[in-house]
Design a protein. Structure first.
Length: 203
């Protein structure tokens, strides 16, 4: 079992995991998980988001993919990753944000980016409480997950959440995620983001 991975190995593993999303339907018969996340990242980039926000948009569903692709990840025999994979066995449906954050942390992405994933569920609940148009944009997948993620935030919870320095970025990513569910375009290929990914990983 290894305790280190080179940058090249980490990038290769990440791309294999993301490409596994190209085989998973996000909305039955319409789009794969990878296609959806590429569209969210493309929208974020077009709207002038910084690189770490664009990558967070690209990795939006990575926690789900980590949970679904345990066999793929266990092939690397990397100690921190093996512990994460082992812990996902008992994960609840709302743990995907925590799992995604930890996986990206293991790969060497900064806390300013990985921290967004721990705020994902709260961002959805915040929008449901504060934006009357948001629910109309939610697709069937998001509506199903909403049933187990909790009700809209209360006024007290809203005030507390708005104190979080990262809340606005995660809320914006959630808005982009909802928008592309109904306004689909053909996004650039995954490899377009390779240099950006390498630049934002620790060496």
């Amino acid at each position: 079992m290894s305790t280190t991975m080179s940058l090249e190995q980490r990038v290769s593993m990440l791309f294999k995991l993301l490409e596994a999303g190209s085989k998973k339907e996000y909305i039955a018969g319409k789009v794969t998980k990878l296609d959806h996340d590429l569209q969210v990242a493309h929208l974020a980039k077009n709207e002038g988001a910084d690189e770490q926000t664009v990558l967070a948009a690209l990795f939006l569903d990575i926690g789900h993919t980590v949970i679904q692709e345990k066999t793929l990840l266990s092939q690397y025999h990397y100690d921190p990753l093996d512990r994460l994979v082992g812990n996902t066995i008992t994960s609840s449906p709302t743990d995907y944000g925590r799992v995604g954050a930890e996986y990206l942390r293991i790969l060497g992405f900064p806390e300013k980016m990985t921290g967004l994933f721990n705020r994902d569920v709260m961002a959805k609940r915040y929008l449901l409480a504060t934006d009357p148009t948001y629910q109309a944009y939610l697709n069937s997948i998001s509506m199903e997950s909403y049933k187990v993620e909790g009700s809209p935030l209360s006024p007290t919870e809203i005030r507390e959440y708005e104190k979080d320095p990262l809340f606005q970025k995660m809320v914006q990513i959630r808005k982009w995620d909802a928008i592309v569910s109904y306004n689909r375009v053909k996004p650039p290929a995954l490899d377009t983001y390779r240099d950006m990914i390498i630049k934002n990983m620790s060496k």
